[in-house]
Each structure stands twice: as C-alpha cells, then as structure tokens.
Design a protein around this ligand. Structure first.
Ligand SMILES: Cc1cc2nc3c(=O)[nH]c(=O)nc-3n(C[C@H](O)[C@H](O)[C@H](O)COP(=O)(O)OP(=O)(O)OC[C@H]3O[C@@H](n4cnc5c(N)ncnc54)[C@H](O)[C@@H]3O)c2cc1C
Ligand code: SF4
Ligand code: SF4
Length: 634
C-alpha cells in the first residue's frame, strides 16, 4: 500500500492536457493543451501562498513552544550578524538569556540537520547571541515596537489593570506581553525575589546575573512587583478580583513531594527544592560525609550534582531510585530513571554513584540525626497493566547516610485558595483550566505555567503568553499580543543551493567549551562557556535553512524522466502511476493513490526532505528548482 505522506507537494498530469497542482506551498496551477504550453507558453499562473506551509515545515520552529525563529538567528550568526541574531531570538522571548543557558531545547531533536549528522546547536547559539548583544533595554524595545503587529486595545478611556500572582517565568512572561501592549500590571510574589524556580536551578548551569537581566528587561516596561506578598495569607483572590480587571494565577509547584517512610522528621533530612534554593543562594549547607538523594529525575540529579560541589573532597553522593538505570530496561513493564541521559552521564563523570532498583524503606537515625537509609531491591516498578505497583524482592540493606535529600519533584500547594473550593482541580492535582482560554472555574481568574501543566521553563513562558492573550481577549481586546503572531510568507527568489548545502554539511557539530570535571570540583562556576566568534559562525552555518525548498516549475513541464527520484538522497521524491479516479489535483488523494495509470504524479514528501537541492540539480528540464520562502510582517 502506498505510504500516506504528510506535508507533501505533488505534480500530476495526463496527456494531452496538463495540470499541475502544488499543495501545502504557495499554490500554482496551470491548465492547457500540452502543445500550446510548449510552443506558445501561454497559460495562466494563479498564485496564492499557503500561510500554513512556512510555520509548519520548519521543524525547529514548529517544535518550539513559543515559536522561536531559530532558523533566522542561526543564519544571522552564520553571516556574523550577531546583533540581529539577538533581536530575532529575543523578539518572542522575554527570557532569552535564561533559555540561552538552560532551555530544554525541544526544537533540537527534530532539527532537519539531525537527519544528516546531528542537530544544529540551537540553544547554545542563542546563548552566544545573548553574549553579543550590545543594545540597551530601551533600544531593544524600540526595535520590538517597530515590528509590533496591529493590536486593538479594549474600548474605554482607561485600560484595566491586571493582577498576577507569582513572579516565575509564566507570570512574568504574561506580564511582559500585557505591559508591552499597554496594560498596567502588578505582580505579587511570595518570596523575596522574582524568578520562581529559576532560582533553584544550580548555579553551575544558570547564574543570578542571567536571570536578573531577563527580569529587569520585563520590569523596564513598568511592571510593578511586590515581593514577600503571599496569596492566601496576605490577601485573597476575591480581593484581587474586586480591584483588577483580571487575575492571573502563576504560583507554580512549590510543595516538595515526600515519600511515605519513617524517619522524615530526623535532622539531616532536606527537601530537594529547599536544598537547591539554599545552594543557589550561596548558603553553605552542612551535608556530612555521606549524602543520599532519593529520586531518579532531573531534580534529584540537580541536587546530587550540587551536593557534590558543596560537600567538598570527602563527601560521597549517591542517587537512590526505584527505577532501573538508563538504557538497562529489559521488559516493557520496567521503568528507567526519568532524568535526562546527559544529566546522568555528567553526574556520573563528576562522581555521583547511582544505586538503582532500590526501594527506600526507612530513614534510620541516632540521637535525632540521620544515620542511614534502609533499602530493599525492587524487581518491578509497574505491573503488566502499566499501573505504578513496585514489587520488592530480596534482603534489605542499609546505606550509610548523614544527609538524605528528597528529590522526588513537587506538587501544587493549594494554600493560595485559603481553603475556598471555588477553583476546581484537575488531573494530577493541578489547577483545572479551559484549555483554550486558560480561565479557571472562577470567572475572570486565569492560570498558567507549572500549576496548570508541569514542564520546562519554555513551556511556562509559552503558557504565560497564551494567558496574556486570553486575558486581552476576555477584556475585549483584539489582535495578537507579543511578537509571535501570524506572519505572511512569500517566495523570495530562486536559489541554487546544492554547493552551499554541501559546504554547510561538511561542518562538524560542536558545543561551546566546557569546564573539565576537575575544574568543576568544589565550586559552582558555570560549566558551559560561550562559542568564539569563529566557532559560532561555523555552527550557525550548520543550519541547512529549511525555508529553501524544492518547487515544481509551472513554466518547464516535467518529462517524467525520473532523474530527481534517482538523485534524492533522502528518498523522499517519488513518481507514481495513478488511476484517473485517484487524481483530482488534491494532494491527499494523490498520497493514497497507487494505481497503474494513465495519470502520473510526482510527490515530494516535505517531512523527509533535507533541502539539499539534488533534485533541482538533477532535473534536465528545470522542472524542479529551489525557492527560498521568506516571512513578511502581516
Ligand atoms: C530544580 C529544578 C531545576 C529545573 N531546571 C530546569 C532547566 O534546566 N531548564 C528548564 O527549562 N526548566 C527547568 N526547570 C523547570 C522550570 O524552572 C519551571 O518549569 C518553571 O520555573 C515554571 O514556571 P512557573 O512560573 O509556572 O512557576 P515557578 O517558576 O515555580 O514560579 C512560581 C512563583 O510563584 C510564587 N508563589 C508561589 N505561591 C505563591 C503565593 N501563594 N503567593 C504569591 N506568590 C506565590 C513562587 O514563589 C514563585 O516565584 C527546573 C525546575 C526545578 C524545580
Ligand atoms: S536545519 Fe536550520 S531551519 Fe532546519 S530545523 Fe534545523 S535549525 Fe531549523
Ligand atoms: S533531492 Fe534534496 S531537496 Fe530534492 S526532494 Fe530530495 S531531499 Fe529534498
């Protein structure tokens, strides 16, 4: 059966009449007798760009929750235009400096360059662009304002004010978009400084100065923050609703999960987030010689790696978890440690010892202080129906411990409701919101970030931006906030690019310089440095520019020679015979077709295309050529 192709472009024709249809890209159709076409070249070309093609066929952009134009900033760096690269990375992202260092980079795994060797280092290039920015905050906003899309504010003399609870990435991103549009925004933050969980990320990954740069950029817009103000204690949601046009809750997940074991009250037991916050603030936490971290996720790994640095030479740090080690899964019902592979491998290199498939049973103490941890081997974590149901087998053993850190993740602390039940909870104890409007079960109260859907910083930022947009609409405004709105596309020019492509492909993947394991010992210095100008340029050149794509020419009819099919290294271009019934010029039906003529279809699967231009180069008739699409502000 023919493979169903997504995002394909097609050309189909039958003698003597010729008909070409290109879908998903700007549509160009022509129809006329073959003779007339060849001899007189008199035919109509109808062009109507498909606005969906561009944003949906650049994988880095599709996979970024905030739609970052990584392609454009990588290419700007490749041309040495570092200032432009910064602005392109900054335009939709108020936390650009932070994400340049710690973004989970969901854009990278599907980057087209990864089909050739390894993805473009999109996150690290962003970090480089941030380092190179020389513009003041004011100048950056002037540039952003110039690019701003048409936004109509709600009618009336005074814009309503908006209250935001929580100054983490979600709340502050919403504040940024609303303030940029002209709303008066006030943020209430429980702790003494803004930044939320960014303040718990170990300082060897993210420094204070970087967070401050982003937060200051948001405050520059006139966003007011009141710190040490706790919702549910110092004020209530109802009080805010009485004074503000809308309320946005963005309090994240602050309550550390606790295992249900004995010994939690002993001195030397610390919650992962408390430990990480204290460590990040530079506090010297007493850990003793043996530290055991419970949990197999990223928080546990952060805590273990931070403990190694704080503890000094003689401190041993073990991670104890019930899951099997990464890559050791034997059966489908087993579960691997959920931490990222890179975290586990870096932790291992630094000296973290992994004790996997162990169930903690009791924290043992002496004179009120932690002395050890009793554990028992785990044979399975999930049962055959996929339910969490760990089974222990074998003898218990005791691990020496002076400190036990819980790195089991966080959950929603509902104390901000002050016991009122008018905000509904949803899955996994998170706050329930309408997925489209992010409004909670209480009218005028919105919510975003980890408290609605737990994820990474970039997800929280995306969620904050969505909430800002929803609040704007709720208050009667129209248009798209921020700079992430729809852009129009147009074909820019023909592009001979096979040679350029080959040159780009010869450049190796390379990360910025990093501290050696020895250099990391006993200090919290940032592990990752920045690219040199030379290396950044090279890494930017690794982007093969997915906006350059093969296009089927309306001027030079295909002669069905099959050269393109032979030349395509990605094997994503196919000539197919079809029955008449299958072909009506719509690509969906062409995709599924697998007949025996008399119609012929040329199909290019955009999802597999590596934009190399080999098809265009191989085509004798110039029926296929490469075109670069560019975005223009709408
Ligand atoms: C240890 C750790 C490491 C992480 N590392 C990374 C990483 O490397 N990369 C990455 O992308 N993501 C990382 N994350 C995830 C990322 O930090 C979060 O997804 C993100 O911070 C969530 O943003 P938020 O605004 O929803 O919540 P938060 O960042 O938690 O912010 C919520 C804010 O609300 C405040 N608040 C809470 N209750 C109240 C109240 N009642 N009244 C007033 N204010 C209140 C809090 O003090 C806090 O400032 C990490 C998370 C943790 C815990
Ligand atoms: S090759 Fe370039 S444009 Fe294509 S996905 Fe990767 S970064 Fe984006
Ligand atoms: S030859 Fe290259 S550009 Fe043409 S369809 Fe195949 S991968 Fe895409």
């Amino acid at each position: 059966m023919a493979k169903a192709l997504k995002g394909s472009i097609t050309i189909g024709f039958k003698q003597p009449e010729l008909l070409v249809s290109i879908q998903e890209k700007p549509i160009i159709r022509y129809k006329g007798p073959q003779k007339r076409l060849l001899e007189e070249k008199k035919y109509d070309v109808v062009s109507s760009p498909d606005q969906n093609w561009f944003p949906h066929n650049i994988p880095c952009r599709v996979n970024c929750p905030i739609g970052t134009d990584a392609r454009s900033y990588s290419l700007a760096i490749s041309e040495g235009k570092n200032q432009l690269a910064y602005l392109l990375a900054r335009q939709n992202n108020p936390f650009v400096s932070t994400l340049g260092k710690v973004c989970s980079a969901p854009c990278e795994p599907d980057c087209t360059r990864g089909k050739i060797d390894a993805p473009v280092t999109i996150r690290a290039l962003k970090g480089f662009a941030v380092e190179k920015n020389k513009l003041s905050t004011r100048e950056v906003y002037e540039w952003l304002n110039m690019k701003k899309l048409g936004v109509d504010l709600p009618k009336g003399n005074r814009l309503p004010s908006i209250a935001i609870v929580g100054a983490g990435p979600a709340g502050l991103s919403a504040a940024h978009d609303l303030a940029l549009t002209g709303y008066k925004v006030k943020v209430f933050e429980a702790s003494s400084k803004p930044g939320g969980m960014l303040n718990a990320i170990p300082r060897y990954k993210l420094d204070d100065e970087t967070i401050k740069r982003d937060v200051d950029g948001i405050l520059f817009l006139g966003v007011e923050i009141e710190t040490n103000r706790v919702c549910g204690k110092d004020f209530t949601i109802d009080e805010l609703l009485g004074q503000y046009g809308a309320v946005l809750l963005a309090v994240g997940l602050q309550k550390a999960k606790r295992p249900n074991i004995q010994g939690i009250e002993l001195k030397g037991v610390i919650h992962g987030i408390d430990f990480l916050r204290r460590a990040a603030s530079g506090e010297k936490v007493e850990l003793g010689k043996n530290v055991v971290v419970l949990g197999g996720g990223n928080v546990a790994l952060d805590a273990a790696r931070a403990a190694l640095r704080i503890g000094g030479k003689n401190t041993k740090v073990s991670v104890v978890c019930i899951e099997v080690a990464k890559g050791k899964k034997r059966y489908s019902h087993e579960d691997e440690m959920p931490a990222e592979a890179s975290e586990i491998s870096e932790g291992g290199k630094e000296g973290v010892v992994f004790r996997t498939s162990l169930m903690p049973e009791e924290i043992l103490g002496e004179h009120g202080k932690v002395k050890g941890l009793k554990v028992r081997p785990v044979s399975t974590v999930y049962d055959r129906d996929g339910r969490f149901n760990p089974v222990c087998k074998g003898k218990a053993q005791v691990l020496e411990a002076d400190t036990v850190i819980f790195g089991l993740g966080q959950e929603l602390d509902t104390s901000f409701t002050r016991g009122k039940k008018d905000l509904e909870l949803g899955k996994e104890g998170l706050l329930k919101v309408d997925p489209q409007t992010l409004m909670t079960s209480k009218k005028g109260v919105f919510s975003c970030g980890d408290m609605v859907r737990s994820g990474y910083a970039v997800d929280a930022i995306a969620s904050g931006q969505k909430a800002a947009q929803a609040i704007h609409k709720h208050l009667g405004g129209t248009g798209s906030l921020g700079l992430n709105g729809p852009q129009k596309i147009e074909p820019a020019h023909h592009h001979e690019k096979h040679d350029v492509w080959a040159t780009r492909c010869s450049i190796w993947y390379g990360l910025p310089p990093r501290l050696s394991v020895k250099q990391r010992r006993g200090n919290m210095a940032l592990i990752e440095g920045s690219y040199s100008n030379f290396e950044a340029k090279r890494q930017g050149q690794r982007c093969i520019d997915c906006s350059v794509s093969p296009m089927i020419s309306p001027y030079n009819p295909c002669v069905i020679c099959g050269s393109c099919e032979d030349a395509c290294p990605a094997e994503c271009i196919h000539l197919k015979l079809m029955n008449k019934a299958d072909f009506n010029g719509l690509h969906k039906e062409v995709d599924g077709a697998d007949g025996d003529g008399p119609w012929v279809s040329l199909i290019i699967d955009d999802t597999e295309c590596i934009h190399c231009g080999a098809c265009a180069e191989a085509c004798w008739e110039d029926s296929i050529y490469m075109v670069k699409y560019k975005e223009v502000c709408g």
